[in-house]
Ligand binder design. Sequence first.
Ligand code: FEO
Length: 398
Amino acid sequence: MAKKVSDHITWVGKIDWELAHFHGDELSTTKGSSYNSYLVRGSEKTVLVDTVWLPYDKEFIRNLKQEIDLKDIDAVVMNHNEIDHSGSLPELMRELPEGTPIYSTKKGEGIIRGHYHQDWNFVNVKTGDKLDLGDIDLTFIEAPMLHWPDTMFTYVSGDEVLLSNDAFGQHFATESLFDDRIDMSEMMYECMKYYANILNLYSPMVARKIKELQGLNLPIKMIAPSHGVIWRQHPVEIVETYAKWAAAYQEDQITIVYDTMWQSTRKMAQYIAKGIQLASPDTTVKLYNAHTEDKNDILTEIFRSKAVLVGCPTINYGVSYAIAGILEMAKGLKFKNKKAAAFGSYGWSGDAPKQITEALQGAGFEIVSDPLKNLWVPDEEAEAQDVEYGKAFAEAVK
Ligand code: FEO
């Protein structure tokens, strides 16, 4: 069902309550998502900004037809062309009058051509280019690598709405559309998870883009991303929050991520946690089993931490599948300003903590303690040693 956003803008997207995975299985989306498409109606021209994910293309067109005669759409604006936003383009372009222009960045055109292999009427735009719709106009602002090379924002004058595509978005299904109508704490977690897992590695570009946006002095009443809620009450706050997240963000938190075969490494994790709490009672300490806990939630907790401890028993002279996966993902996300150390139980070779230490170092973490190892099942002496290790680690990351 279409929803009114502002005088000239109507939401015509798709709310996907069922979405559980995104980017294949790389990102969990436990709260679903939405693909936000916006119809912008000026006094002389009407444009559609972004479409929805491919499986919903027919549903999207059917709903769009209930809102507008498709002949009245003068142009399509594609802020970003990943398939969750461009997937319905082929179905849409079959219905729109021949030659309807598609506005995008030059990179966007390349991506659309590469995905759909069609010779549509492409119009390339750059930062500052405008599209006159009569009583309002659109201004395009390139935002490369937020999070694809083609990404741009579209600013709607008059209504003063920034259509920001993925930036400022969340995988969060809601029928309520606006930030003042939902549970903010639930949504803000999804917003942080989105940033940590999708945008963090592009933080330098995020910081630069925010400065540039602020320099443009555009009055912004709302920020309407392509996933999740529209920022109607908190548009300034979400930009400020992004600026903080982009600046090597950390809270007073230590996250312990471990895997375990026969509970020895889990016990080590708990003893280390005890030591941290004894040395630094105000520090938040969280423990996650990498094998059973959601990988993207773990990465979100790493994102908000000042330090991490990663533990694994030695398996086949190496680390477990789950720990290797988390370390690989952490490397790709390029976390900054985080300290780390490794631990694990062992029976003979005991290679895992050293390998984890090297992987953490390679991923940009600052190693502050030598790896900790316990032979077989930790006894009282090993427990005391682990607690002391936790204390020393807490002191080292203060
Ligand atoms: Fe929501 Fe990068 O697509």
